[in-house]
Design a protein around this ligand. Sequence first.
Ligand code: AMP
Length: 156
Amino acid sequence: MQKAGGARESIAADKETAMESCIFCGIQAGTIPSARLYETDNLYAFLDIAPANKGHALLIPRTHCADILGVDPALGREVLEAMQRIARAVVSVTGARGFNIIQNNGRVAGQEVDHLHWHIIPRFERSEMPLWKQGAYESQEEMNRLATAIRVQIGI
Ligand code: AMP
């Protein structure tokens, strides 16, 4: 028979399994090598091994979570400060003219490593990396309906 709280225990067990096999957990712990850029008690940053451009950095929380929905929002200020410091340094060292910050959630969005990470990618030419093809709504009404549905779901 399942004990009370069994569901919670099994989620915790799944998380433990994910952490044991997580390459970014290993990188932040120092058991897997990386080209370190920045670290605090809560965050770690290193160079992406297969960069979109040289200097492409990855910033991760040390604590394992799969994506943006799992992270403690209280970490936000520290994350923004780290992004600013890393981006300034990457741009300065590489001579980039701009940079992208990209964060993928889910396979369909291009996420390959299931440990939350922000890409900081130095940019030299606009044409070197297409981002997305701009689409369109069928009507202003369709757009307004969707905005209303999302607002209701957010609960404001
Ligand atoms: P994403 O597709 O958003 O999940 O991005 C995962 C990124 O992690 C990719 O850009 C990979 O090149 C990068 N990556 C995977 N393994 C390593 C590693 N051992 N060291 C550095 N970067 C890695």
